[in-house]
Design a protein around this ligand. Sequence first.
Ligand SMILES: NC(=O)c1ccc[n+]([C@@H]2O[C@H](COP(=O)([O-])OP(=O)(O)OC[C@H]3O[C@@H](n4cnc5c(N)ncnc54)[C@H](O)[C@@H]3O)[C@@H](O)[C@H]2O)c1
Ligand SMILES: [Zn+2]
Length: 383
Amino acid sequence: MATPLFHAKLTVQTQSHDYPIIITENSNVSSLESDAEDVVSNSAEKSSMASQIAPYIAGRQVLIVTNETVAPLYLKTLQEELEAQFTVKVCVLPDGEQYKNQTSINQIYDALMAEHFNRDVTLIALGGGVVGDMTGFAAASFMRGVNFIQIPTTLLSQVDSSVGGKTGINHAQGKNMIGAFWQPQMVLADMSTLKTLPARELSAGLAEVIKYALIMDADFLTWLEQHLPAMIAFDLAVLGEAVKRCCQYKADIVAQDERESGVRALLNFGHTFGHVIETHEGYGNWLHGEAVAAGMVQAAELSQKMGWLTSDDVARIKRVLVLANLPITPPAIDVQTALGLMGHDKKVKHGQIRLILLKSLGNAVLTNDFDAELLIEVLSQHH
Ligand SMILES: NC(=O)c1ccc[n+]([C@@H]2O[C@H](COP(=O)([O-])OP(=O)(O)OC[C@H]3O[C@@H](n4cnc5c(N)ncnc54)[C@H](O)[C@@H]3O)[C@@H](O)[C@H]2O)c1
Ligand SMILES: [Zn+2]
C-alpha cells in the first residue's frame, strides 16, 4: 500500500451532489521528486493524480484544461496515464488574469466541438484559480452542463477557489461579473505541486488561509503563528494540514449557504477594501492575496474603531500577515476614489456599503451598521 506523507479526505455537501476533496502529497510528478527520504523511498508506490481522479470520471471522454505555465510542469504524466483509460484531449490557455475572459472560454468550447465531445465529457482543471474558474464555467455551460474535476495547483486555489462551485470569467468593466454556480465531481489538492509555486504566490494564498482564522477560528490563528515559518519554507506536510483545515471551513460554509445569501459572504472579509486596491493599482501589480492582506488590516482597523477589536488584536493580525511575507499597508488612494470603487463591489446592497468586520478574533459579521466617518478615517489613515 502507498503511504503518502499526507492524506486527508473531506466531503462537500451541496444541493446537486456531495463530492470529495482529497488532499494528498503523493503524486509521482515526473520531474519533481521530493528531497525528503521517506518520500523518495515510497515513490514507486505513490498513487498518481490520474489514478486518484479516474474513479470520478463517469464517461470515456476527458478534456484537460491548463495553461502555458502549468502544462510543462504537470500535464504530461497526467495526460499519459489517463490515456490508458480515456480519450484525452488538452486545451492549453495563455497564463494570466487578463485571459480570464470569453475568448478563453471559446477556446475551450472549440476544443470540445473539434473532438465531437458530448454530454459524457469530463473537464479537468489543472492549474490555479484562473484555470479553475474558467474550466468550471465552460463545464457549467457546455451542453447545459457537463462534469468537471478540479486539480488546484496554487495554495489559493487549494484553500479557496476550487471548493464551493463559484465559476466564471471577468468582464472588461468588472471582475467575475459573468459566471455560474456549478459544483465539481471532486477536488484533488496535491501538495507536491506547490513545490514549483513562486514564493510570492504562496504568500498570496496564505492571506486567504489567515482570513479563515480571523473570521472563523481564533485557535487556528494561534496555530498559524506557530506554523507560518514552516509554511513559507514550503513544508508540504504543514501546508497540507492548513489546506485540510481551510477546506473543512469552506465545506461547512458552502453546505450551509451554497448561493451566498448569508454566512458565505463572510469569506469576503478584507475583500471590499482589497478590491479597491486591486482595481486602483491595476490587476497584476498587487496580487489578489496581497490586496486582501492589506484590506484585512483596514477591516480590522475599522473593527477596532467600532470598539470590537483591541489595539493588541490589530497588532497581532499585522504580525501574522508579516510572518507570511504579506503587505499590511495599502497604497495611498484618495478617499473619494476609494469610496467610489467600494460602491461598485458586489457586496453593495440597496446602495449601502456592507462590510465584513470582526466582533472579535475568529468571529466576523456582515454589517452596514457602521459610522461612515469611521470608514473615512480608516481610508485616510495611510497617507
Ligand atoms: N471561485 C472562487 O470561489 C474563487 C475564490 C477565490 C479566488 N478566485 C479566483 O481565483 C483566481 C486567482 O487564483 P490563483 O491565485 O490561483 O491565480 P492563478 O490561477 O493566476 O495562478 C497564479 C500563477 O501561478 C501559476 N501557477 C499555478 N500553479 C503553479 C504551480 N504549481 N507551479 C508554478 N506556477 C503555478 C499560474 O500559471 C499563475 O501564473 C482569480 O481569478 C480569482 O477571481 C475564485
Ligand atoms: Zn480572495
